[in-house]
Design a protein around this ligand. Structure first.
Ligand SMILES: [Zn+2]
Ligand SMILES: [Zn+2]
Length: 276
């Protein structure tokens, strides 16, 4: 009984569940960005696919760094311009062991860079792939609370799948709906903004075992880095804010959100986050 409690608990490390390391913003220094994340206590990052036509570049990043995993999917912005992609193609690409999620997919009615019809067709293909592979669906939703709730419920009725609402900024009603379907809620640097009072209240109501943190880097740097290019190491600031909101220590928040991540992203080996 001489073993101390700290030696049997896993080291508290954070996960950046959503970033875009393939974006040109990082081209010059992706090695340094990944190293800085590690030094900041970010044990693992998931670089998220937005274009199927550039999936090879995303996979190459995941293959290059042991602590970088990736998803496969088409962002709703690109639904009309990317090659038409069915569930079978997504399932095929998702066979690679470093592919751990399906997306990002969903509805973006704020920018509406693609018309709604192709957004919906693309979303349904991703849902079918998530259902078939058992990998989590990474949902982007902006100004589309009702349609997002409806499609998730309707598709859940055809057969279960898991997932999360990423960079959550929607209303509490959608949060409750998603939680009711077994989904998780991922919070970005927006949580730290002064203007995010409503989001902070919503976050306070989400059970601690359903929360994830992310950067969505290179966008949306949290306070005190707001306005700078975002990067995975900055997820510590979002986690600190969330810990404050939930009334827990930074260590407890890191442990809990990383446990949540591993439960949802079940293809990621535990050692990849906590070491062995
Ligand atoms: Zn997104
Ligand atoms: Zn994204």
């Amino acid at each position: 009984m001489s073993e101390t409690v700290t030696s049997v608990l896993p080291k508290a490390v954070l996960v950046d569940s959503h970033c875009h390391l393939d974006f040109p913003d990082f081209a010059e220094e992706v090695d340094q960005v990944v190293a800085r994340a590690h030094d900041a206590g970010v044990g693992l990052m998931v670089t998220i696919s937005t274009k199927i036509s550039e999936f090879d570049r995303i996979l190459a990043l995941a293959e290059r760094f042991p602590n970088v995993y990736c998803s496969v999917g088409i962002h709703p912005h690109e639904a009309a311009t990317e090659p038409e992609t069915d569930a079978a193609r997504l399932i095929e690409l998702a066979k690679h062991p470093k592919v751990v999620g399906i997306g990002e997919t969903g509805f973006d009615y704020y920018y509406e860079h693609s018309p709604r019809e192709p957004q919906q067709r693309c979303f349904r293909a991703h849902i079918a792939a998530a259902r078939e592979t058992g990998l989590p669906l990474i949902v982007h939703t902006r100004d589309a609370d009702e349609d997002t709730a409806n499609i998730l419920s309707e598709e859940m009725g055809k057969g279960a799948f898991t997932g999360l609402l990423h960079c959550f900024t929607s209303g509490e009603k959608l949060a409750r709906h998603a939680l009711g379907l077994g989904f998780y809620i991922s919070l970005s640097g927006i949580l730290t903004f002064k203007s995010a009072a409503e989001l902070q209240v919503t976050a306070s109501h989400v059970p601690l075992d359903r929360l994830l943190v992310e950067t969505d880097a290179p966008y949306l740097a949290p306070v005190p880095k707001r306005g700078k290019r975002n990067e995975p190491s900055f997820v510590v600031h979002t986690a600190a804010k969330l810990a404050e909101i939930k009334g827990v220590s930074a260590e407890a928040l890191a442990l809990q959100t990383s446990e949540n991540f591993l439960r949802l992203f079940s293809r990621v080996p535990r050692e990849a986050v906590f070491g062995s």
